[in-house]
Structures are given as C-alpha cells and as structure tokens.
Design a binder for this molecule. Structure first.
Ligand SMILES: NC(=O)c1ccc[n+]([C@@H]2O[C@H](COP(=O)([O-])OP(=O)(O)OC[C@H]3O[C@@H](n4cnc5c(N)ncnc54)[C@H](O)[C@@H]3O)[C@@H](O)[C@H]2O)c1
Length: 344
C-alpha cells in the first residue's frame, strides 16, 4: 500500500471545483492513487475527465458511495464539510477535509467520536504545514536553542481577484458559506502559527470590506492575539498588488522570518547584524498539495499522526469565529474551552 509505484488507494474527491481539481491532480501525482471525482455539476466532471485519467465520476455523494473507496477528500464549500465527512466515515472512508473545518462547531464532537468508533483516519488540509518555510520556523522554535518565542508578526496580501476571478460567484462571497478574508485566507496563517507557538487564547480584531467589487465580506483584517504569554499581530488583505506573505517570530535570543513568496526563511541571532538566509525549492502550489496527499496516505497506511488533526483545526475554527466576533463587536474575545467569550 505504501509503495510509490502502487496505485492501490482508491481516492474519491468530493467537489471538483478549484481546489478539488488540484487535489485530483496532486493525488494522481503521488503515483499511489486511483482517483474518482464527485460533483453535482456535469460540466465540471466532463472537464476533469478530459484532463485527468479518472477512475470514475459521480454526480452525487450517495451514488459515489455505492462503490468502495479507501480515502475521501472533502473539497466542497465549508458548511458541507462536517455532514459530508460524517457520511463518508459511516461509509468506511478515511477522510481529508479542506479548510476551514466548518463555519460553526455543529457536528464536530460527533465527527470525532464517529471517527474513533469506526477507526477511520481524519485530517484537515491546512497545506501550509507542508511548506518548507513554515516547517523550518517550527523546527527552529521547537528545538528551543533560541529561547522562548515572545512575539509573532505576520503581514501578507495578494490581488485575490487576479488569482480567483470567479470570487463573486463562489463560497467566498458570503461568510455563511466560508467566505471573507478571515475564514478563507487568515485561517491558513492562524493555523500555521498555532502549530508553531501554540493555540490562540484571546483576540481583538478590526476588519472591513475596502476594495473587492461585487461582494461585501471583509477583504482586510487586522488581529491582535495572545497565544498564552506570546503577543501576536496579523495583518492581511486581499487587494494589494504584491503577492507577499511574511511571518516573523521574535524569540528571546533570535529572530526567525519566513518570506513565503520568496521561498526562503531567515535567522538573525542576538549580536548579529545580518540575516542568514536559507532558500528552498518550491516550484509551485502543487508541491505542497502533493506532499499533503503523500502524508495523508502515509497516515492511512501506517497509522502515524495526520499533519493537522480535527482537534487542531477545531481550535483554529474557534479562533476564526472569535476574530469575526471581535471584529463585529470591536472588543477582545477569549477562547475558553469550546467557545468564545466576550471580555469587558
Ligand atoms: N487549501 C487551499 O489553499 C484552498 C484554496 C481554495 C479553496 N479551499 C477550500 O476548499 C473548499 C472548496 O473551495 P473551491 O475554491 O474549490 O470552491 P469551488 O466553488 O471552486 O468548488 C466547490 C465545488 O463543490 C461542488 N459541490 C457543491 N455542493 C456539492 C455537493 N453536494 N456534492 C458534490 N459536489 C458539490 C461544486 O459544484 C463545486 O464544483 C472550500 O472550503 C475552500 O475554503 C482551500
């Protein structure tokens, strides 16, 4: 099952849109999977069948489940993630769920207990965990030789309409379907930072719709956060011309920085005056998705931990729901066990 020459994993992608197509291509690129796609739109299935050697296509989930699959990837809009994942677990599949885990906490406890009961592997596709710059910063922080991380500063943005011209027609246009900068984009970096320095405990936020035409969801967001004793700030927009993403972690004895758009990470130790720069190969976005697909298949084959667990993605979901609340109410919101509580 784990041989790279062996295509024995039967993988079903549910949702053949933008990211479902990438998953189909990247699971095929692992050389370890036969891939089928399920989408309610016939045109999507026809286009994918013409481009990729798919094992089968299905126009609804129930007909797809008449055929056995080992692994399913849920790549539909966020409100469908939990109900679909639960149905897939019930049908015997291991499940990789696209981010964000959901738009609310409904059904997540049941998902966790059903996965355990059916002994199925479930992971969440926070693909930044397969980015070498993020992995390097985590290793640097975790090995402890730079002292404890004290502060995190993130800033990033891109011209989203350039990269996703259909943004007005898809889930992005409405917070209820997982849209807006917080649930769609900021969730990636919050999850990555939580992976490196630990969970967010409280947030204050400001967010606004400033630029994107034809939608009214926030396209700009600023967050102040507490990850335990560590202070963090995040500033993200979806309209600036440069497609750039910079994460800096200031530890007691060194600063670490990932310049994700430049495929490099940097380190400056106390007493030094120059950054030491480490470049890595990252030819295109598929690289991270192929690594993610291989890691998930490895977890299914060997039982090793998934790259991002449901519990970790649930924590990031709680954080993003708290950020939405903090931005809407202009206040601090604490993340207590399982929920957000407004402070003051
Ligand atoms: N990891 C990333 O970098 C990344 C990037 C983009 C999107 N996403 C996430 O992936 C998910 C999908 O995003 P997208 O950009 O591919 O959206 P999309 O609109 O391009 O595709 C969604 C697809 O799901 C299909 N679909 C909807 N309901 C269905 C159903 N009941 N059964 C079968 N198919 C159904 C639609 O027909 C559509 O083709 C979202 O949760 C989004 O946040 C992740």
């Amino acid at each position: 099952m784990n041989s790279s020459a062996d295509r024995s994993f039967r993988v079903l992608i549910i949702g053949g849109g933008s990211i479902g197509q990438r998953h189909a291509r990247c699971f095929l690129k692992t050389g370890r999977a036969r891939v089928s796609v399920c989408d309610t739109r016939t045109a999507v299935l026809n286009e994918l069948s013409s481009q990729y050697p798919l094992a089968a296509t299905f126009s609804d989930l129930e007909s797809a489940l008449e055929v056995p699959h080992d692994v399913a990837v849920v790549a539909t809009p966020a409100p469908l993630h939990i109900p679909m994942a639960r149905r897939l677990i019930e049908a015997g599949c291991h499940v990789l769920i696209e981010k964000p885990l959901s738009t609310s906490q409904e059904g997540i406890d049941q998902l966790k207990s059903e996965a355990q009961q059916h002994a199925r592997v479930v992971g969440v596709a926070y693909v930044m965990r397969h980015n070498p710059g993020i992995v390097a910063l985590r290793e640097q922080v975790r090995r402890g030789s730079h002292g404890p991380p004290l502060q995190v500063v993130y800033h990033g943005g891109q011209d989203f309409p350039f990269f996703r011209p259909a943004y007005r027609e898809i889930y992005y246009r409405d917070r209820a379907t997982g849209g807006g900068a917080i649930q769609d984009a900021l969730t990636h970096i919050v999850n990555a930072v939580e992976w490196i320095v630990g969970p967010v405990r409280a947030v204050a936020a400001d967010a606004a719709h400033l630029a994107l035409e034809g939608v009214d969801v926030e396209d700009t967001v600023h967050v102040m956060a507490r990850h335990g004793d560590l202070l963090a700030s995040y500033a993200l927009n979806q309209h600036q011309p440069p497609n750039e993403s910079v994460l800096q972690i200031n530890c007691r004895d060194a600063s670490l920085r990932a310049e994700l758009h430049a495929n490099c990470w940097k380190r400056m130790k106390r007493g030094e005056t120059q950054w030491q720069t480490f470049h890595y190969e990252f030819a295109d976005r598929d690289v991270g998705f192929v690594a993610q697909a291989n890691a998930f298949l490895d977890s299914v084959a060997t039982g090793q931990n998934v790259a991002c667990s449901v519990e970790e993605a649930e924590q990031t979901l709680r954080c993003c729901l708290a950020i939405l609340k903090a931005a809407d109410h202009r206040c601090w919101v604490s993340l207590t066990e399982g929920q957000a509580e407004t402070e003051g």
